[in-house]
Design a binder for this molecule. Structure first.
Ligand code: HEM
Length: 498
């Protein structure tokens, strides 16, 4: 009798606790999608497949804004581009900063005081992005450095292929990218020294992101994520000795002007170790999205019959193939519209980027009707809620991107040139937007399109053991790195400069 009473009381208290912890919604907030697990809400489904989750949410929410509980927090999900543009403009009442703070401390190991000091540099840092990453005169210099280093790595690879048995080399596609694209990008920005100090730095990045990202972010202590933590420390050490110590010295003209300026700026508020951490976080931005996105672009291309021939025809017709190595960068990306379209198509299909903002004070948004069947509505967003603007909801909206499940190489080629004429600027949002719009998007296009063009010119590439791997669901680094990897056979193409 006593035990029944105790059990009933405990269960009653637990239910009451869960009821209190579950947020309530007022009718002016976007309509909630119900969940069965208290507190966690939809977190498990979200963690399993972030891309698919928001496509599901969009359909479940009937293409209207909706609310949902994710790990104890109320998320307001918006996907209509016009509403997203309005939300991006509300920078005073919603901010990405609280999330950057968490990422900085858990992932990169900044102290709390360092993150506060770095936040104080926000405007100066964005001025540097404008001065270097978004300014053609400056970014072209880094693109030239990237092509030079990439071509050198490809020549070494070509020698290796020619020296191998039967002139064919079998390589892990993702590792190939870590050894070429990621290393060439690292050299282009940071100069030679970090890779001299740690030749395995990009493989360390792989270990750090693929094995550590989510665990670090969830606050799991480093001692339980040993390999990823060791990899993180090795990258930091290479950044410290390889860049920070003498990057601003006169004779270090192999270091990009952007990196020099960034180091000089961050040195005003951080210790050398803090500066190395900041360089590490930029290296993360530079490689962690591009490497998996290139992997998916390349593999999609290899699986469409005849597409490689079409791309080579485009490379020949544009002059890319015949141009000397030092001039090839000039054709990328706009001289290769089909290849550029394939790149955007892979981003559209696989990216999971979601712009998130914390609501700092209660605000409202009047949405634009997404179709003739909808009315404008004014929604209230409560303080502490998270505004979530997932790109996959837009990317798989069939009114905006017809046949969203299919890789259509010419989706973004103009109609005059035989394509579908879609504009990647309006049909995709892989690079976020507003105050945190990716400043590396210009380099990313040249980095990825440049890599694929260089590879296809130098080598005949085939997927081997095709049945042993499958397309990862998303372009997230850990998803791609941890999925069974595609193996490629490379054969040097006769008579090529490589
Ligand atoms: C396919 C490649 C890439 C994708 C899909 C991508 C995507 C993104 C996204 C979604 C954001 C956050 C936007 C937001 O939260 O609103 C971002 C931020 C950022 N990205 Fe990229 N990115 C790529 C390549 C690069 C490259 C190559 C660089 C460096 C050259 C770079 C540097 C950065 C930086 C520094 C930020 C933070 C911006 C800030 O401080 O506000 N990204 N990127």
């Amino acid at each position: 009798m006593a035990s029944t009473l105790v059990t009933t009381t405990v269960v009653g208290l637990l239910l009451a606790l869960l009821w209190f912890l579950n947020p309530s919604y007022d009718p002016k907030e976007p309509r909630p999608i119900s969940h069965t697990i208290p507190i966690l809400g939809h977190a498990i489904a979200w963690a399993k497949d972030r891309r698919g989750f928001f496509i599901w949410g969009e359909r479940r929410g009937n293409n209207k804004p909706y609310s949902m509980l994710l790990a104890g927090r109320k998320h307001y999900v918006f996907s209509n581009p016009a509403d997203v543009a309005t939300l991006f403009r509300k920078a005073k009442v919603m901010s990405i900063a609280p999330f950057i703070r968490i990422l900085s401390v858990t992932l990169f190991g900044y102290t709390k005081s360092e993150t506060t000091r770095l936040e104080g540099l926000h405007d100066s840092m964005h001025a540097l992005y404008n001065k270097h990453l978004l300014n053609p005169e400056q970014y072209t210099l880094v693109v030239i450095a990237y092509f030079k280093d990439l071509q050198e790595r490809m020549r070494h690879l070509s020698d290796e292929v020619r020296a191998s048995e039967k002139g064919t080399l079998r390589v892990d596609a993702f590792q190939l990218l870590l050894d070429t694209l990621a290393k060439a990008s690292t050299t282009a920005y940071f100069g030679r020294k970090p890779l001299d100090a740690n030749p395995d730095m990009t493989t360390d990045m792989d270990t750090f992101v693929a094995k550590g990202f989510w665990l670090f972010l969830s606050g799991v202590p480093a001692m339980f994520v040993r390999n990823a933590d060791k990899a993180r420390k090795r990258i930091m050490a290479a950044m410290l000795t390889g860049v920070v110590d003498d990057a601003t010295a006169q004779d270090r003209d192999d270091v990009s002007a952007f990196t020099r300026d960034q180091i000089a700026l961050t040195k005003t508020v951080l210790s050398d170790k803090g500066v190395a951490t900041q360089q590490f976080s930029f290296l993360f931005g530079l490689t962690s999205n591009s490497t998996p996105s290139t992997y998916l672009t390349l593999l999609h291309i290899l699986y469409v019959p005849g597409l490689v021939d079409d791309l080579r025809a485009e490379m020949n017709a544009s002059g890319f193939s015949a141009a000397p190595d030092s001039e090839k960068y000039k054709f990328v990306p706009h001289g290769l519209p089909l290849l550029r379209s394939c790149y955007f198509e892979a981003i559209r299909m696989h990216t999971v980027s979601a712009s998130i903002r914390e609501v700092l004070e209660e605000t409202s948004i009047t949405t634009k009707p997404a179709g003739p069947d909808q009315q404008p509505r004014t929604y209230t967003l409560k303080k502490g809620g998270v505004v979530n603007m997932p790109s996959s909801a837009l990317h798989y909206n069939e009114k905006i991107n017809p046949q969203p499940e299919t890789f259509i190489p010419r989706r973004f080629v103009s109609k005059e040139d035989g394509g579908m004429g879609q504009n990647p600027q309006t049909s995709t949002r892989g690079f976020g937007g507003g105050s945190s719009y990716c400043p590396g998007r210009i380099f990313a296009e040249r980095q990825i399109v440049g890599f694929v063009a260089t590879l296809l010119q130098g080598f005949d590439v085939e997927v081997v053991d095709g049945e042993k791997w499958k397309f990862p669901k998303s372009a997230e680094f850990d998803d791609v790195s941890n999925s069974p990897r595609a193996m490629l056979s490379l054969k040097a193409r006769d008579g090529r400069a490589m």
